[in-house]
Design a protein around this ligand. Structure first.
Ligand code: GLU
Length: 507
């Protein structure tokens, strides 16, 4: 058993959480709980230009709905807090200065015009511009030469804009270890001297992220593959500070259903399925994107589906409760290659979870829909209806179209079925059937069935001749569960009324 496991989910509040973000949170949570560790929520809001005011609330609401509770985070168990980077602002400058003092970082005064000119120059020569020792030491970037301490001081006093850059070591080979991807070898000459601290007095993601992971005693960094290119810098930063680096695990991308390309935030609207856990309103444009919740998915089904998007339990089992996920989840079984999202599979999970719910639970959910339709039925009636139709439903919202005839007389009749089932003579037979039904005292499914069937037999006609038009009369189309169960449910008077109505309409 691993001890002192502390992991974090560190979203930037730049908009709604994408399902990839939810999966990252989930895997962190499962890993923490499996090892009796701590799951932390940290809000990485140092990029002021991309900050969106309602995003943090969205993130916590989404984690709530998904039932992925954090142990430490904004407003909760703030032992290592604050957990919003904007509230830890002062701290980062000190760490940037530490690196300067250690000779591991330096002030750079390049203007963006200068940088662009260098970039262009390189491009024209067919080379990629890397801001590191090539230019730094050779002095091609005139202004960003690592200036003497005095000269630097002078420029700062002068009010010149500067950033603090990491001084990437030259000619080193880094061997990185990723829990999912194994060893990765990197030549440090291919790395940029990344900016650690910006002219607006804010740290960049890289500095804040490393400092916080260190101060919050993070044992494992589990995050999306898009952060893999940052890993060399992060490891170098740990080395530069003289700190032990946490273990890293980079999760595979979630791919579009066609299996190619990352499932992006915009794909939801394009491909017609939600990519967000909850609905999100873009405050600038007013556009609303649907979420899984509003689309009728159960959060446990959604989570079960996500758990398998990149992780293979190693068995045939597909349905996992959260407790089972906690015991079974294992980083070593997370795949390196992208995981293809499938809407059919997602719906299948929802259907499975729906079938597992009790009729009482489902009836309660359905009664909200019924109330909106101004239908008043007893709890036990709704429960019975649910038990008869739920098998065919993927969502609770499917219940109404599967069962409306339990609550109201059909308004019209399926055209094709009417043509096929309503023949000459049907009206006469239906009128006789009314008399048969009216004569039944014990109006229960079983007795109705026995009575009607023996009547049909006595007439020596095919069962279909009665049963098909009868279904059309009761249901309005040729679907639904056992017909005598439905007749029992709607009751004698209503059944007779429906038969009279169809005779009138179709004759
Ligand atoms: N703030 C980063 C994000 O938005 C965190 C990446 C990481 O986990 O290191 O995903």
């Amino acid at each position: 058993m691993m001890s002192n496991v502390r992991v974090r989910f560190a979203p930037s509040p730049t908009g709604p959480l994408h399902i990839g973000g939810v999966r990252t949170a989930l895997y962190n949570y499962l890993f923490a709980k499996k090892h009796k560790g701590v799951f932390i929520l940290r809000i990485e809001d140092t990029d002021q230009t991309r900050y969106v005011a309602n995003a943090e609330k969205y993130i916590t609401d989404a984690l709530d709905w998904c039932r992925i509770p954090f142990d430490e985070g904004p407003g909760k168990n703030e032992k290592f807090g604050p957990y919003r980077q904007s509230e830890r602002k002062e701290l980062y400058e000190e760490y940037a200065n530490t690196l300067i003092k250690k000779g591991k970082a330096y002030y750079a005064f390049d203007t963006s015009d200068e940088l662009n000119a260098h970039r262009k120059q390189h491009e024209e020569a067919g080379k990629t511009f890397i801001y590191n020792w090539h230019n730094r030491e050779k002095g091609r970037l005139v202004n960003s030469l690592i200036l003497t301490e005095q000269a630097t001081k002078k420029r700062i006093e002068n009010g010149d804009n500067y950033v603090i850059r990491f001084k990437t070591p030259q000619d080193e080979t880094l061997i990185l270890k990723d829990e999912i991807r194994g060893s990765i070898t990197i030549d440090t000459n291919t790395l940029d001297d990344k900016v650690l601290f910006k002219s607006d007095g804010m740290p960049t993601y890289h500095l804040a992220n490393i400092v916080d992971d260190y101060l919050m005693k993070i044992s494992h960094v589990i995050r999306g593959e898009e952060w893999l290119p940052s890993m060399p810098l992060h490891v170098l930063l740990y080395n530069a500070f003289g700190w032990d680096a946490p273990k890293f695990a980079h999760l595979p991308l979630i791919l579009k259903p066609i299996g190619k390309g990352k499932l992006s935030k915009r794909d939801g609207d394009k491909l017609g399925f939600p990519v967000f856990p909850l609905a999100y309103t873009n405050e600038e444009t007013g556009d609303v994107s649907l979420g899984y919740k509003e689309s009728g998915y159960f959060s446990d089904a959604f989570i079960n589906m996500l758990s398998l998007l990149g992780w293979n339990p190693g068995t045939e089992q597909e349905l996992f409760s959260i407790e089972e996920l906690i015991t079974t989840f294992d980083l070593s079984r997370v795949s390196k290659s992208g995981a293809k999202f499938s809407l059919d599979k997602t719906n299948w999970f929802n259907q499975q979870y729906l079938q597992k719910k009790t009729d009482a639970e489902l009836a309660l959910l359905f009664s909200v829909i019924l109330k909106n339709k101004k239908i008043n039925s007893s709890e036990s009636y709704v429960e019975k209806v649910v038990s008869l139709i739920k098998e065919r439903a993927v969502f609770v919202k499917d219940f109404w179209s599967l069962s409306s005839y339990f609550f109201k007389t059909p308004e019209d009749y399926d055209e094709k079925a009417s043509k096929k089932q309503w023949k000459e003579g049907t009206s006469v037979l239906m009128n006789e059937l009314i008399i048969v039904l009216a004569s039944i005292d014990d109006f229960s499914s079983k007795t109705i069935e026995e009575t009607v069937k023996s009547w049909i037999s006595s007439k020596e006609i095919g069962f279909g001749k009665i049963m098909q038009p009868l279904r059309l009369a009761i249901v309005g189309e040729m679907k639904g569960p056992h017909l005598f169960d439905i007749i029992d449910m709607v009751g004698k008077d209503e059944a007779v009324l429906r038969i009279k109505k169809i005779i009138k309409t179709l004759s």
